[in-house]
Design a protein around this ligand. Structure first.
Ligand code: URA
Length: 209
């Protein structure tokens, strides 16, 4: 699987296991997702461009490296993407944020767009699209297609959990977009849910079921 990054760090795997448990409360599910997102942000920003700036320590002047957080845009796929967004912004507070609203037509499982709001000057920015579950891939494919219309410098996709069908679909449509995930589960069921998975991520983040 080219352009694919499995984040196997023990802290990531441990927290994901706790989140999968059906008895995990809304509170602990959300807190764990927030912590996990910070750890995934660390991996996905590993190759971010840096620049040198002049600073002064208490002892002398030096040149030191900084990232330009403003060049980075986190694009959250509503509504579950919000669960990853908070943790990512904790570690890159200068990042800009875009939102894309897509819902799954329950009959066809295709993505229907109802909201799209991005920062200005996307052609100068690196985009990280976030959605906890890469399942059928329909939402991810539609989101990346819309973002590509704005010609950003680069696009990456981060999810918590995916399956072979989701990876094949996204890589088939957008082979240039690297996928970062904490796990690849067995399969999709007939309703487009990942097995064994963790259930409906949006419902578990927001306590709506
Ligand atoms: N979306 C979810 O929230 N869970 C799945 O298993 C698949 C898609």
């Amino acid at each position: 699987m080219g352009n694919f990054h499995l984040i196997e760090h023990p802290l990531v795997q441990h927290k994901l296991t706790l989140m999968r448990k059906k008895e995990a409360s809304t509170n602990s599910f959300r807190r764990l997702l927030n912590e996990l997102s910070m750890l995934m942000a660390y991996e996905v920003t590993r190759d971010m461009p840096m620049q040198e700036v002049e600073i002064e320590t208490p002892l002398e002047k030096m040149t030191a490296k900084v990232i330009d957080g403003k060049k980075l845009v986190f694009v959250s796929i509503l509504r579950a993407g919000g669960g990853i967004l908070d943790g990512m912004l904790t570690v890159v507070p200068g990042a800009r944020v875009g939102h894309i609203g897509l819902y799954r037509d329950p009959r066809t499982l295709t993505a229907v767009e109802y909201y799209f709001k991005m920062p200005q000057n996307m052609q100068d920015r690196d985009v990280i699209v976030v959605d906890p579950m890469l399942a059928t891939g329909n939402s991810a494919i539609a989101a990346v297609e819309r973002i590509k219309e704005l010609n950003p410098r680069s696009i990456k996709f981060v999810c918590l959990l995916t399956c072979p069908e989701g990876i094949a679909a996204l890589q088939g449509a957008h082979p240039d977009v690297p996928i970062y995930t904490a796990a690849v589960d067995r399969q999709l069921n007939d309703h487009g849910y990942i097995l064994p998975g963790l259930g409906d991520a949006g419902d578990r983040i927001f306590g709506t079921k």
